[in-house]
Ligand binder design. Structure first.
Ligand code: SF4
Ligand code: SF4
Length: 470
């Protein structure tokens, strides 16, 4: 079983309680991002493209615990950035264990061995180390833009398993994923003792350097997952709801519940979901009550949601469906007992979408300053804000609405809030950290490296990290 019974029971009783209380917008997993810094620069990552003064910041454990208590979700996932680079990650994890939250600490595992040796983490039934593994050695190292990463991660997994930690893997799949190689990779992960595997199609982050590899059609995503899960051996344990797996294979229709995995970071509560960045709420209550949820998800017609099948939007929908209908409950029980197999069940076509809408920076703004502010929020670099009195402020804007503009100054670690009516203009003056140059550099370097090896020449191990830091 991929998830222990105590965890299943905690989640099931929580969902049933929300249903009995008649709550529609309840959270299932809090995505807690305590920093954006990372020791990798993966091609498909849309999370690390910020100016250096943002990447240097860390969330205090006290702030993190306040968000956890405010949200109330029974599970907390800690992505990033790389959480093991956070100087107080041990305190954050200990605080969550004390609150009996089921934690998924997401890591690329480059620092895992070191942190385990330092005793930063202790085994607990509440803590799962969730290791980013995008496939076999060649595939993973290419996806994360650094050679040797797979080996380090696999060794760290084995060490953590031996020390008694719960360990899962997390694979983001792009259109170049080869089903046969992925199936062998699933075998290998089970062999080395992981408890369960999470797989999800990559979301086409507009800020990710590699825009070529995303799955942009739902039909290609479902076709790929049908190939992965064809007669899936019973030994494969997936850390996914069975109904979400049916959705990925195009056997079931689900609509997104973006509030199911709310994301809290240095900027606040991200609207509307972990993937889109259309402003931040100051409190969880404000996120839930003031976000225009009807503008998000495939059925809304939002153009950014049309090809998204990512687990943070649809896994909560699958869990909700399990507890909302007899059909959902029995379908979950059947898949849990008999496993998944893409040969079973009919392929379905989701209902057509009859209107399309734009939100965020794409939506036309009423005046030039409002448009410039929307573009600044979307920009991954510092800007210069000019006020009506002529004063200038330089920093990273992460939030702008009709009342306030919030930014991290380039030279101080705190947030500054300006009244919106004071702003006369905004100019993009910093380097755009999402300009795609790192990805182009990586492909060039990787191609040259492979050619060198093919010619039988000696080639040093390569990575992209130095370019990203510079
Ligand atoms: S490991 Fe890769 S995907 Fe994860 S935060 Fe770092 S750069 Fe992004
Ligand atoms: S469909 Fe995807 S991008 Fe759209 S709101 Fe849901 S999770 Fe976010």
């Amino acid at each position: 079983m991929a998830v222990p019974l105590s965890q299943m029971w905690t989640v099931a009783s929580y969902v049933i309680k929300q249903k009995l209380l008649g709550r529609k917008h309840y959270p299932l997993v809090l995505m807690l991002e305590p920093l954006y810094r990372c020791n990798l620069a993966c091609a498909g990552c849309g999370k690390i493209q910020y100016p250096a003064h943002i990447l240097k910041q860390e969330m205090d454990p006290e702030v993190a615990m306040k968000a956890v208590d405010e949200c109330g979700a029974p599970m907390v996932s800690i992505p990033g950035g790389e959480p093991l680079m956070h100087s107080r990650i041990g305190e954050i994890v200990a605080g969550l264990v004390k609150r009996k939250k089921y934690i998924y600490l997401c890591t690329n595992a480059l620092l895992l061995k070191q942190r385990l040796e330092q005793g930063v983490l202790q085994p607990s039934k509440f803590l799962t180390i969730n290791v980013h593994m995008d496939g076999d050695e060649e595939h993973h190292d290419f996806a994360v833009c650094r050679e040797g990463t797979y080996k380090v991660a696999e060794e760290a997994i084995q060490m953590a398993v031996k020390m008694g930690f719960r360990v899962t893997t997390n694979s983001t799949l792009f259109k170049n994923a080869d089903p046969e190689r992925m199936r062998r990779f699933f075998d290998r992960m089970m062999e080395i003792g992981v408890e369960g595997m999470t797989v999800s199609p990559g979301y086409h982050y507009q800020k990710a350097p590699d825009q070529q590899s995303f799955l942009r059609e739902r039909a290609s995503t479902t076709e790929m997952f049908r190939a992965f899960f064809k007669k899936a051996p019973k030994k494969w344990q997936f850390n996914l709801s069975p109904l979400f797996m049916e959705f990925l294979m195009g056997k079931r229709h689900l609509e997104c519940t973006p509030w199911g995995c709310p994301a809290y970071s240095l900027f606040g509560w991200q609207r509307p979901c972990y993937l889109l960045q259309e402003g931040y709420a100051r409190t969880f209550k404000e996120l839930i009550t003031e976000t225009k949820w009807e503008n998000y998800g495939r059925a809304s017609g939002n153009t950014k949601c049309q090809s998204c099948m990512v687990h943070c939007g649809y896994e909560p929908s699958a869990v909700n469906h399990t507890f909302s209908s007899i059909e959902g409950f029995f379908a979950t029980a059947r898949a849990t007992l008999f496993g998944v197999d893409s040969d079973r069940g009919k392929n379905i076509t989701p209902p057509p979408v009859t209107r399309y809408i734009e939100t965020g920076v794409e939506k036309a703004k009423s005046d030039a300053v409002t448009q410039a502010l929307a573009e600044a929020v979307d920009f991954r670099g510092d800007v210069t804000i000019t006020l009506h009195d002529g004063t200038k402020h330089v920093g990273y804007i992460f939030n702008a609405d009709d009342r306030v503009v919030e930014y991290f100054p380039a030279n101080r670690p705190d947030v500054i809030t300006l009244a919106r009516h004071l702003v006369a203009g905004v100019e993009k003056t910093g380097r755009d950290m999402a300009d795609g140059k790192t990805w182009e550099a990586w492909v060039k370097k990787y191609t040259e490296h492979k050619e060198k090896l093919a010619r039988g020449e000696k080639a040093e191990s390569i990575d992209i990290f130095p370019e990203v830091l510079s």
